[in-house]
Design a protein around this ligand. Structure first.
Ligand code: GAP
Length: 439
């Protein structure tokens, strides 16, 4: 973890939030390479779960919502973790994360009393007046933004069941103990789907649940996670969220242990019914075939984007060789790697080479976007720099490209990150060659 965190900072993936002021616990800022990786994962997810399907409606709801949303959803009353405080040093912990017989901070024994429930929502006030009516919260999940818009989707798109709503966005939780880099933070991003089904056919509901689980697995495969590190956990009733009738968590072998990566929950009609009785607005669905109305049930696949990024980075982090010669590289799948191609002239003080390489760089940049130029230092050092940030292809223009060896005129060297192997490819075939590898 230490090496990964240091690489993330040194190479511009992820920084501590508010770093120059000593940081703000549980917050992180994504730098140019981090945001590129994040956007690539989001785009792949949106493509798979929204664009490539005909039953999914994309959404982007406001983060701030009427406080009644959170009262109805059960978050005001119940979205809390058990908090204990040491009577000696006043340190606070989440009860279920420590051995309460001895304080992990001061070491004194028997200093913890009864746990109290600590609500994890960030409270704020909307508008110029601060009173009970102006209270709002930063959303702790993106899900509710979709439940409260269920009727808007019915009224504008008239979808037939089953169908889903999908959203990517920020969520906020005032975690008692943020930890493990971007694993448990106070501000993070979720990619969530609320998939609505007809509850009257239990077999179909179960089949849809299983199919959504398989879709989650196929996404994890696309972003390159090692299937041996992925574990399916059927969550026992006593550990399920208050709204869930069945939950399957997907856990992953992070460097600090096997922990939750994403979830799948059968939320039944809990949310729609709660909002219907609280708002007084009819959130039933009219079944044209049977000419009857009912409240649909909901199955929710949820993905934590920051945890996915941590899993991708920790899976991709590889070291080749030992000691001073060790080569560190990030084996990120080309489809999501922040930079796709690095273009270099073999040496930087030969005009003909530089001109040809620049021409190629401009052309590739137009097609692939995430293309960089590097003519600093020797070619070996350039490769190492690109390896460390996961650039899958380094393209080098050399004297043979210019025709020193006439058989190799207008060809370049393409060097592969994971194997270090080099190939000679004709410039006219290069785009297609790289496109095929990325896809
Ligand atoms: N809408 C359901 C829901 O929010 P959750 O299990 O509480 O369910 C979903 O959260 C996902 O969000 C988790 O599987 C995890 O990936 C991510 N997540 C939750 N809390 C997080 C935190 N404090 N920091 C980073 N990611 C978090």
């Amino acid at each position: 973890m230490e090496q990964l965190v240091s690489l993330c900072k040194r190479r511009g993936f992820i920084f501590q939030g508010s770093e120059i002021y000593g940081g703000l616990a549980g917050t992180f800022d994504y730098g140019p390479l981090g945001v590129a990786l994040k956007n690539n994962i989001k785009n792949l997810w949106w493509k798979q779960f929204v664009e490539n399907r005909t039953d999914m409606y994309g959404f982007d709801a406001a983060i701030l919502m009427n406080q009644k949303v959170w009262q109805a959803s059960g978050h005001v009353g119940g979205f809390s973790d058990p908090l204990v405080e040491c009577s000696n040093c006043k340190s606070r912990f989440r009860e279920d994360q420590i051995d309460t017989s001895k304080c992990p901070s001061c070491g004194k024994e028997g200093t913890f009393g009864q746990a109290r429930q600590f609500n994890m929502m960030f409270k704020t006030n909307v508008g110029a007046v601060e009173n009970e009516d102006s209270v709002s919260y930063l959303r702790p999940e993106t899900a509710q933004g979709m439940f409260v818009n269920f009727k808007n989707i019915l009224d504008t798109f008239h979808p037939k069941l089953p169908f889903g709503m999908a959203q990517i966005g920020k969520a906020f939780r005032n975690e008692i103990a943020p930890r493990d880099f971007i694993f448990r933070v106070r501000e993070f991003e979720q990619m969530e789907i609320e998939y609505f089904v007809d509850p009257r056919n239990e077999k179909t509901v179960n089949e849809i649940f299983d199919a959504l689980f398989e879709e989650q697995m196929s996404f994890l495969k696309k972003i390159g996670l090692d299937s041996n590190k992925i574990h399916k956990i059927e969550v026992p009733a006593e550990d399920r969220a208050h709204y869930s009738k069945r939950s399957v968590d997907t856990e992953y072998d992070f460097p600090f242990g096997q922990k939750e990566l994403l979830g799948l929950a059968y939320r039944t009609d809990y949310d729609l019914s709660a909002h219907m009785s609280s708002s007084g607005v009819d959130l039933t669905y009219f079944d044209e075939e049977n000419k009857d109305r009912f409240v649909p049930h909901c199955i929710e696949p949820t993905f934590g984007l920051d945890r996915l990024i941590l899993a991708v980075l920790s899976d991709a982090y590889k070291v080749d060789g030992e000691g001073e010669d060790a080569r560190v590289f990030l084996a990120i799948p080309p489809a999501i790697s922040p930079i796709k191609i690095c273009v270099s002239p073999l040496v930087k003080n030969k005009d003909g080479l530089v001109l040809k390489a620049r021409e190629l760089f401009n052309d590739l940049k137009k097609s692939f976007g995430a293309v960089v130029w590097d003519d600093n230092g020797n070619i070996g050092k350039r490769y190492r720099r690109q390896d460390e940030i996961g650039t899958p292809f380094c393209v080098v223009v050399d004297f043979d490209t210019l025709g020193e060896n006439p058989e190799l005129l207008d060809t370049v060297t393409i060097r592969h990150r994971d194997t270090g192997e080099q190939e000679r490819v004709a410039i006219k075939d290069l785009k297609k060659y790289i496109e095929d590898k990325i896809n």
